[in-house]
Design a protein around this ligand. Structure first.
Ligand code: SF4
Length: 290
């Protein structure tokens, strides 16, 4: 099998010609690249899923603030809200939003999370996979399949642009995490390989140009709540793709556009905290008190 996975077109061709799913291709590639076997690859992924679940559990039970004191108690607030009044979109929405917040709040407390693709976007993939897993009653093996699918999307995009707000803005962090999650959601829902790539690319396409403008240079404002929004954004990508609604711009061209958008973006909006939300009146006020 050809293991040079550098475009989505190539990924889909390999899947089709070998009659394999995305996760099957990727786990074989990982085993080949790291001179190990598929079982070991899957065991490593399983450990990441366990770490994601621990972060969610710990985050849901803590209202400890971050060192800055700016964030850390929103997950508890959200859970209290859902106890009093159910979410408009039901239980799965409650879980996704709660899990994204729980994980991100664990990150800002400097506790253990899984960077996927980065620490600043660590809430999105776990929220979608674990919430859907619980609702659908997935096995451990199915959870692993979903996370490897998500990882494949991130892997191909990361071959074109660094997953860093400093390089391409938040589209390269939370945007990519949302794309990864959309593909994982389609895997969980039993969609085909083309739908998985399409879900990812629909999510990515609709978040192009997202700025990175953290207040005070901390991965807190707007990062924490942004994870919640982009976890839900991923579900929209999955739903459209499962209906065979396709991106009219092919996947690899959307990545081209993302790379170019990142290059055109002002450095003021790429993690320097010199533009956007970071330099609003209150952004500056908050920074001055840190
Ligand atoms: S705003 Fe910047 S620091 Fe925050 S999650 Fe996005 S890319 Fe990371």
């Amino acid at each position: 099998m050809d293991f040079s996975l550098n475009t989505f077109e190539k990924l889909l061709n390999i899947c089709e010609s070998n009659n394999k799913k995305i996760y099957e291709v990727m786990q074989e590639k990982e085993a080949y690249d790291f001179e190990t076997d598929v079982k070991s690859v899957r065991e490593r992924v399983k450990k990441n899923i366990e770490a994601m679940k621990s972060a969610i559990k710990n985050g849901m039970n803590s209202n400890e603030k971050s060192y800055s004191g700016l964030c850390g108690d929103d997950c508890i607030k959200l859970q209290e809200k859902y106890k009093k009044e159910k979410a408009i979109f039901g239980k799965i929405y409650e879980k996704i939003t709660t899990y994204a917040l729980a994980t991100m709040e664990e990150n800002l407390r400097m506790n253990k999370i899984v960077a996927c693709p980065t620490a600043g976007s660590c809430g999105i993939v776990p929220a979608v996979i674990i919430a859907l897993s619980e609702e659908k009653g997935l096995s451990n093996e199915e959870e692993i399949n979903a996370l490897i699918t998500a990882g494949t999307i991130g892997y191909i995009i990361s071959g074109r642009v660094a997953m860093a707000g400093a390089v391409a803005g938040c589209q390269a962090e939370c945007g990519v995490a949302s794309a990864m999650s959309a593909a994982a959601a389609v895997e969980i829902m039993g969609g085909n390989e083309k739908q998985k790539v399409n879900a990812a690319i629909l999510a990515l396409k609709n978040i192009l140009g997202l700025t990175c403008d953290p207040v005070g240079g901390l991965v807190e404002i707007p990062c924490v709540k942004r994870n919640v929004f982009l976890a839900i954004h991923a579900i929209t990508g999955a739903e459209l793709a499962l209906a065979d609604i396709e991106s009219k711009i092919p996947a690899d061209e959307v990545v081209d556009a993302m790379v170019q958008t990142g290059q055109l973006m002002s450095p003021l909006l790429k993690e320097t905290s010199q533009g956007g939300l970071a330099v609003t009146k209150n952004g500056i006020l908050i920074s001055s008190k840190l």
